[in-house]
Ligand binder design. Sequence first.
Ligand code: 0GY
Length: 292
Amino acid sequence: MNFTPDAGWLPFHPAPSKPDFRLPPGTVDAHCHVFGPGARFPYATERKYTPCDAGKEDLFALRDFLGADRNVLVQATCHGADNSAMVDALQAAGDRARGIAMIRPDVSDGELADLHAAGVRGIRLNFVRRLVDPKPDEHYHRLIDRIAPLGWHIVVYFEAADLVERWKLLSSLPTTVVVDHMGRPDVTRPLDFERFLRLLRENEQYWVKVTCPERLTVAGPPYDDVVPFGRALVAEFPDRVLWGTDWPHPNMRSHMPDDGQLVDFVPRIAPSPDLQQKLLVDNPSRLYWGRG
Ligand code: 0GY
């Protein structure tokens, strides 16, 4: 089956620049996706958008070009709970990738075991309303009951308003929890960021991805207005932060980021070699590869 990308959908950057910043050996791009190709891995019928295909070969080429070593592939909503494109990429990458799946409550033990064998180490709970239809808390509890015994963790994606509404659920999650994209602060309202910092301070199992300056910025590249947020998170929680590109950048309508420029954002939020080593290598190695 052939899929036509949504009108106005920006394809990933065709020729990213070579970053000035040299990623340390063992760097993990801890947030990226594969889309299709739709002809082989059809997009989900319940999807809210149809992307351009962005397959594993392009992802691995970007990894090598940027000087990263490994990837964490996060299941995106356009593939729903059919994780086969991601699993195919995990199998092709061998030990150089791990995955975060989306599942349904009726997933079988056998399916979970297969996902684990392929390298899946967690599930993603997505609360962003333009991406998924909201569900009652009970739905998420049922998913968590399925994965907690496997030693997996939870990745959560929410916007600032969801944090208020889902506070009880979010602050009671039993596993390690990783929040996408700095909790999506409104960079024009730094005081609102305090609520998210409170979540991290009061819940030691919470980690955060210091990703997506291109989504959070109002000023545009090189994302000066996002630097204080990323820098504050890395400084206060150096052992609980992860970095990633978010390639191929779904739903970016304003501009398509240059992935080389996203690498050059790293030393601006993690200014010392020690912080860079934790953010890029040690933290993801511990969480996803059980090392260190
Ligand atoms: C991201 C961000 C987005 C999309 C998804 O699962 C998804 O569809 O995550 C977004 O549109 O903000 O993490 O890639």
